[in-house]
Write a protein that binds this ligand. Structure first.
Ligand code: FAD
Length: 554
């Protein structure tokens, strides 16, 4: 379907339209007419822009934002004037995306995008839409082959360091819950562009509608494949199993790249003076190489912790009460934060309702946890990271020190888990009491290849363990049962965000290397699928404007 069909430009936007959970279909148009004070024949149509729910009160309510077409432009103007002081009745914004430039002819030196995660996908898509024929370098494999390798770790304990949860087509978000919301400021509605492109590529229309959309792993795989085909059809080229291994910088300008073809073991030089660098937060070798070449980067705060698993039913009952299990509400999520007495913040991270905990390492001899789910979110457990904020003061030693810190925790977790890629685990009750767990209780952990029950007390620095021991009972007061004895902790959760920033200027280029556009989560300009996609768009725009010279095109 065309963008126009998906994204019509409506006229009046009504917000805070509240209706009971089981309302009839005609209740919403009736409420719109009542709110605007118009006759039945004056409402030409309406589209639900967003649907969320308000579970704070005893009675759970659905809350709509609707875009409304009325009978005539005159009536629209009259209504907008009449309600000019009402913040819930405004002109609907035009969210149509317009390309900032287009190339008149294909460039002699093509732009390169490193990484085909959400950031690289959107950067490449936009560059292709603007006629700039990008070349994408992706160290991992196509998504279907990658899936086999990823499951190789989960099912057989065999890791492929170049093809796993972090590396390969679709990037880190492919085996995920596919949550598609973000708290970034988005005055240009670029998030809508991202969602619209996902829907064009086969994602369910519903993601444009619900307030906290998610797409789940299997659907995301198909979407990623379709976007790859679109990019190729528009003149882009995607080289899988091709890793950026070096850069040539002359007088502060990027000149060319060294690329390793991992499939046949050869290397080659790729001339370019425009590169989007979107390698994600796990490209540790790439960060080290760029640091060695003098690209400016700095250490930044991130978080470390464990995954926690509860029965999803427990979370549903605590969050939705009598409405637990209602199909319109789906599996309930949560968001928690506690400021501990020792000054550390403990918070829930990447919560996956009805999902599984996954082995997310990209390096041999290390264990890392994360979470994913399918679109249906119907697995038995809810999981989330429970993580503690840390800063470069906790790992002094320059831009790469955070990586060394992560590696030490991940290697220790591997040892604690028995050296077989099983995750070390502990019951919440035992963890809070400070004694080792020897067996599971009523909650069966989902992490594969398996969980070895032990003592996680030494798996993180003391300040983090102390803060988490304080936070879990507090969370139990916010969500009844959250600190249940048998809830399972597994660890370690270290890849929460990038431990460094590759700093860029207002022109989106590295502050000391022209032509290098650091982007996405690895460079610390995004944190999640949606924000990585938005950043990919903005970086592609800046790069295209630089290549084409002006807004009018090359
Ligand atoms: P990435 O997605 O990490 O992509 C980077 C790509 O670059 C990778 O494919 C990698 O192979 C490639 N690469 C790295 N180095 C090189 C090199 N030298 N040469 C060539 N290619 C290279 N976010 C959400 O918003 N919602 C979720 O539900 C969610 N769940 C998640 C679940 C899991 C298990 C994980 C691991 C992450 C999850 N995230 C989620 C986070 C989200 O995936 C990331 O924020 C997002 O993918 C970052 O996008 P990116 O394009 O910047 O980097």
């Amino acid at each position: 379907r065309s963008e126009k069909q998906i994204l019509r430009v409506p006229m009046i936007r009504l917000t805070e339209l509240k209706l009971p959970l089981d309302h009839t279909e005609d209740a919403l148009p009736a409420l719109i007419k009542r709110t605007l004070g118009i006759q039945p024949d004056q409402l030409r149509g309406h589209t639900v822009y967003k649907r969320s729910y308000d579970a704070r009160k005893q009675k759970l309510l659905l809350v709509y934002i609707a875009d409304v077409e009325v009978a005539s432009a005159d009536l629209q103007a009259t209504l907008l004037a009449k309600f000019s002081n009402n913040p819930h009745i405004r002109p609907a914004p035009d969210q149509t995306y317009h390309l900032v430039t287009t190339a008149r002819q294909a460039p002699a030196l093509r732009p390169v995008v490193v990484g085909f995660g959400p950031c690289g996908i959107f950067a490449a898509l936009l560059l292709a839409q603007m006629g700039l024929n990008p070349i994408v370098l992706e160290r991992g494999k196509k998504v279907r082959e990658r899936t086999k390798d990823t499951w190789g770790l989960w099912r057989k304990g065999v890791l492929n360091p170049e093809s796993n949860v972090q590396f390969g087509e679709g990037g880190a978000g492919t085996f995920s819950d596919g949550k598609l919301w973000s708290q970034i400021k988005d005055p240009r509605f670029l998030g809508r562009k991202v969602m619209t492109e996902f829907v064009k590529a086969g994602a369910p229309d519903e993601i444009l509608l619900v307030s906290k959309p998610h797409i789940g792993t299997f659907k995301l795989v198909k979407v990623v494949e379709n976007m790859r085909e679109q990019i190729i059809a528009m003149g882009g080229e995607i080289r899988f199993e091709h890793r950026l291994s070096d850069v040539l910088i002359e007088d502060g300008q990027l000149r060319s790249l060294s690329v390793q073809n991992l499939a046949d073991g050869t290397s080659y030089e790729l001339r370019t003076d425009h590169m989007v660098l979107a390698p994600g937060h796990s490209a540790r070798d790439t960060f080290a190489m760029l640091h060695e070449r003098g690209v400016y980067m700095e250490a930044k705060p991130f978080s470390v912790g464990f995954r926690i698993e509860h029965p999803q039913g427990l979370i549903d009952r605590a969050r939705l009460g009598q409405h637990a299990g209602h199909p319109l509400l789906g599996a309930a999520d949560y968001k928690l934060v506690h400021h501990a007495g020792n000054g550390r913040s403990v918070y829930s991270f990447c919560m996956c309702p009805g999902g599984t905990v996954v082995a997310a390492t990209s390096e041999e001899g290390r264990v890392v946890t994360n979470g994913m789910s399918q679109y249906s979110r119907n697995e038995r457990n809810a999981n989330a990271g429970i993580v503690v904020g840390i800063t470069p003061a906790d790992y002094p030693g320059g831009p790469l020190a955070g990586i060394a810190f992560q590696r030490a925790l991940e290697s220790h977790a591997f040892t604690l888990g028995g050296g077989t890629y099983e995750a070390p685990g502990q019951l919440v009750g035992d963890f809070v009491a400070g004694r080792a767990s020897t067996q599971l209780g009523s909650v069966e952990p989902s992490y594969k290849p398996g969980v070895l029950m032990t003592d996680l007390g030494g798996a993180l620095p003391d300040y983090a363990i102390t803060a988490m021991r304080e936070a879990l009972p507090v969370f139990g007061k916010k969500i009844r049962g959250f600190d249940m004895f048998d809830a399972v902790l597994t660890g370690v959760e270290t890849r929460t965000s990038s431990p460094l920033r590759i700093t860029r200027g207002d022109d989106f280029q590295s502050i000391n290397v022209k032509g290098l556009y650091p982007a996405g989560e690895g460079a610390s300009y995004a944190g999640g699928i949606l924000s990585a996609g938005v950043d990919g768009i903005e970086v592609a725009e800046a790069l295209a404007l630089s290549m084409t010279g002006n807004k009018g095109g090359a």
